[in-house]
Structures are given as C-alpha cells and as structure tokens.
Design a protein. Sequence first.
Lengths: 208, 208
Amino acid sequence: MKLYGYFRSSAAYRVRIALNLKGLAVEHAPVHLLRGEQNTPEFLAKNPQGLVPALELEDGSVLTQSLAIIEYLDATQPEPRLIPPDDRLAAKVRAVALAISCDIHPLNNLRVLNYLRTELRHGRKDVEAWVRHWLAGIDAVEQMIEPAPFCFGAKPSLADVCLIPQILNARRFAAPLDHFPKIMAVEAACAELPAFRAAHPSQQAGAD
Amino acid sequence: MKLYGYFRSSAAYRVRIALNLKGLAVEHAPVHLLRGEQNTPEFLAKNPQGLVPALELEDGSVLTQSLAIIEYLDATQPEPRLIPPDDRLAAKVRAVALAISCDIHPLNNLRVLNYLRTELRHGRKDVEAWVRHWLAGIDAVEQMIEPAPFCFGAKPSLADVCLIPQILNARRFAAPLDHFPKIMAVEAACAELPAFRAAHPSQQAGAD
C-alpha cells in the first residue's frame, strides 16, 4: 500500500498512527501542500478533493478521508482493534474522533487560514484568534473521554489516534492544555508507544 | 429513544433520515439554536459540545455526533444497512459522508458564520462568498459517487443520508447544482422515498 500524505497534516498523521498500531508497513508518497502538489491533475485523479491522506491499495484503487481509511484498516486488519466491538463504546470512540475531525480540525487547516489571509485580508492577530477560538472545542473532548489511561480504556482507539495530532496543533498555536488533566494523561500514555512516536511529523521524510 | 435536534440542522437531518429508513420512531426534542438553547447547562450536561443532534437512549445515556449515531443505529438495527458489508465499498460510502461532514458542512454552519459576522465584522457579501467557496467542495462529491440511482447502488447508504441535507444547504445559498448530473440523479431518487421526505426540515415541528 502507498500512503499519500504530508508530514504536518493532522489527517495524514492519524493514518500513520493507525498503520503503526497495526504493524502495517506502507510506502510513503509525500504531497507537499505548501507547494500545491495536492492540486496537480495527477493527484486530483487519485483524490478529487485534493486533500491528504489518500491510501492506494495494491490493485491501484485509492481510499480517501482519514477516518474512512482507518475504518477500512480496522475491518480488514482487525488486530489491534481501534473501534471497540461494543456498539455503545464504539459510538463514544467515534464521537470523540468526529468532534475533533469535524468540529475542530477543519476550521483551522491550511486552506481555511489561507482564505482568511488572502480573500478576507486578515492579519496574524485575527488568524491566531480564529485558530484559538476553534481549538477551544477541545474542552468538550476533555469531558467526553474516560482515560484509563487511553481515551477509552487500556488500549488506544480511534479516539486517541485523532486526539494526539490535535494536541500537536494546539501546541503549535500555543493554546494552553495544562488545565485538561484527562487529555494530558492520554498524551502521556500515547507518548510511551513507538507507534505514536514514529508517526510524529518530525519523524517523517521532508519534515522541516 | 429521544432525538435532540433542530429542524434546520444538517446533522440532525441526517439522523432523522437514518431513523426513518430503519423505521425507528423516536421522541423529538427540539433545541432552538438561534435562541441559544444548545448552551444551557441542562443541554451541555447531555452534550458537552453544545451541538445537535444528540440521541438519548432508553437508559438515559446520550450519543452525540451524527455519523457516530448513525453507525450505532446501523450496528444495532442493521436492516436496511446504511454502511455496506463490503469493506472497500464501505470505505467509499464513508469517504463521501466525511467529505461532506468534515470538509464542507462545518465551515458553513451557524456558529462559523456568526463568528465571521460578529468577531470579524464581515458583511453579507463576504459571508455569502465564504459559504459558496466551501460549498464548491461538492464538486469532488460529484466525482466520488457512482449513482445507480443512489450514491452507491440500488439502495440508499450513509452517503445519500449526508448528501441530501448538503444539497438543501447549497440551495439555501443559491449555489448552482445543475451541472452535477450525478448529484441531481441521487436527489431525484431520494425524493421518491418517504423516509427522506418526512425528514425534511419543513416537515419538523417548529419549522419556520
């Protein structure tokens, strides 16, 4: 399998963690978002959204959307499970993943900040206030998780896979997290696992 | 079960369609977003995100996030299935649902437009341009679906459940859709089904 990603993309980072947790090796194909490589005809033929990540399977078909890719990996390579078998618990895990992936991350990604800067002509102060405003949504995540020590139990789930990249985004914008003891506990637990450490943006080819 | 929703919320509309397709009757508890009812302590105790929908189960526990709720319904009330059993097809269905739910809808919902109007002091022209810019993401959805006549085959899936509310959002902002023949075909097919018609915002108590 070949993963089209970008070292700093939160969504690609989620898929790297999931692949590592499952012990799946893939070829990494960097798509440099700042250089606009996601908008080439070649890449748009693979993902019409022009976004990373995209996972190319052995037969050449391409899966897109980080959570859809991780659900696919969890169905086809079930161990260790990232979506728990209990339906009620699975709903809680997915709710945290979606709270991050729908309600926090999309508002602060590169294309949105670029629109604020260029089309709407906002300066650094406005853009940073915007980012911090939506990052504050992580307060709800603190209330939704039940660390033991991972978000929902003794093993990492899709919730942890989404939370760790979001924590890095918060730190990039110096958003304080120290008053979230549950999130801090999850971060510490994940930092112990090589699967999370090896997926970190700083460990990817092309990281600056 | 009790569904906390709002007639105009796309995310609540998705859950209404899914419940109707599965023939599940629920009590409807309107949460009036324009009046700020989502931010009362009572509602925040049910959903710390202060968003609709939220589905209260018989034992009083509450599920949040529309896609997590629909995945739960699909696991516990499997017929008719909204996530196809084939893993590859399921990934395509989820990718369309997430392209809409992560990359189009969150950028144009009420709280974001309010931030543009109030904190960033943008007028109607800028806000409408913003909305249309992100609505244009539906172009990728046109390329991702394979209508026959629903998004992925002869029966509606989670992709259709997400696409129909997004089409309504596009029409509210007069975004043209006529050049998307596949999306138009899906809309026509869904309009034939009572489950979709009964879930329409105009059919809900409290609609204005």
